[in-house]
Design a protein around this ligand. Sequence first.
Ligand code: GRF
Length: 186
Amino acid sequence: MHRIAVFASGTGSNFEAIATACQRGEIDAQVVLMVCDKPQAEVVAKAERLGIESFVFSPKDYASKADFETEIVSLLDKAQVELICLAGYMRIVGDTLLSAYEGRIINIHPSLLPAFAGARAVEQALEYGVKVFGITIHWVDHTLDGGKIIAQRAFEYYGDSAEEIHRIGQQIEHKMYVETIKKILK
Ligand code: GRF
């Protein structure tokens, strides 16, 4: 059984999809740690409900990113984590975490990269006026959403509601993240 960690900052619907797929035995892995940088985030209660250990911190309690990432790395090491899945973790991974786990960190992004990297990807795409939207899962490296692409899914949308695009995109994400993790762990 593989050991994975999920990092999130918000609702945690991808975290939940991954964790429950593991608990159902659909992925041959266990989510051994959930890392969250926002103590008020909904994902924190989700982890508790699912009985998954979490490390919840406030970056302002640390002198630097290197400081909190050092603590995270020691927890990941202790938990013998093999794969880190970023799922709405709203922070750029720093050198400390990257040098310890590069090649073992993946991220899910709500656009067809390399288009619309960074924050507000769906809104950027909508403002641009594209009609094909999508989701990308990629390896995390030093660039912003620029690591090697693992998987992509596209869908057409002709309306003007960012909310609706998020909703369609998230349904795709939940399945796609589980399928991609399965493939990577194989
Ligand atoms: C997802 O839509 C993902 O594409 C982006 O952040 C969002 C996280 O949503 N990186 P959730 O917290 O998993 O519901």
